[in-house]
Write a protein that binds this ligand. Structure first.
Ligand code: AP5
Length: 171
């Protein structure tokens, strides 16, 4: 099964992916982690990605689509992904063909508070604002594109409550 979890930054995608992957034996794929790995390797490409991520802007569509295409070719058909696609251009470049898409709905003020409490390197005030603004831009189009396999989840409950809602819709 190919599953996608979508939501604003701080909505709990990573938290839920880890739990679902463990419970259902799916391979977790996180676009943010793939990019952080690339950034940590340095070089011209790594430095470019690092500075884009620090600003809260999106890395260019061609780069992320190519990275995820390579990853998808390695892992087969049982995975749970987050962070890709984030733009309609990315969908056009490479659509993994998800069987199910979960959207975690969490109000903007709540996601901002959650990220402030986390302390990742791109969790500074300005980068958080930018990330939320940039990632809201294509959200409606992405949700509309996947409407036939979309399940909207209330992401404001506890981690366990959100997990239960996802599980209820996995069968
Ligand atoms: P990425 O790493 O994907 O970050 P993000 O989408 O901004 O999402 P986050 O990881 O911040 O949040 P999350 O939803 O996973 O929440 P989490 O579970 O951690 O992307 C980073 C950057 O990479 C982007 O800005 C961009 O530059 C680049 N990038 C990535 N993908 C790209 C793409 N496709 N195209 C171009 N560029 C791309 O939870 C947050 C906090 O809340 C945690 O502390 C957690 O413990 C807590 N929490 C979680 N759930 C709950 C709950 N139910 N109740 C209370 N607290 C909770």
């Amino acid at each position: 099964m190919k599953i996608l979890i979508v939501g604003l930054p701080g909505s709990g995608k990573t938290t839920q992916i880890d739990k679902i992957a463990q419970e259902y034996g799916l391979i977790p794929v996180r676009m943010g982690n793939i990019l952080r790995d690339l950034a940590s390797k340095g070089g011209k490409m790594g430095e470019r990605v690092k500075s884009i991520m620090a600003s809260g802007e999106l890395v260019d569509d061609e780069t992320v689509a190519e990275l995820i295409k390579v990853e998808a070719a390695k892992i087969g058909d049982n995975f749970i992904m987050e962070g890709y696609p984030r733009t309609m251009e990315q969908v056009k470049l490479f659509d993994p063909g998800f069987d199910k898409v979960f959207y975690l709905g969490v109000p903007i003020e709540v996601v901002k508070d959650r990220m402030k409490g986390r302390g990742r390197s791109d969790d500074s005030g300005a980068a958080i604002e930018k990330r939320v603004q940039v990632q809201m831009e294509d959200m409606e189009d992405i949700l509309s594109f996947y409407k036939n396999v979309l399940v909207k989840i209330d992401g404001t409950g506890t981690i366990e409550e959100v997990f239960k809602s996802i599980e209820d819709n996995l069968q």
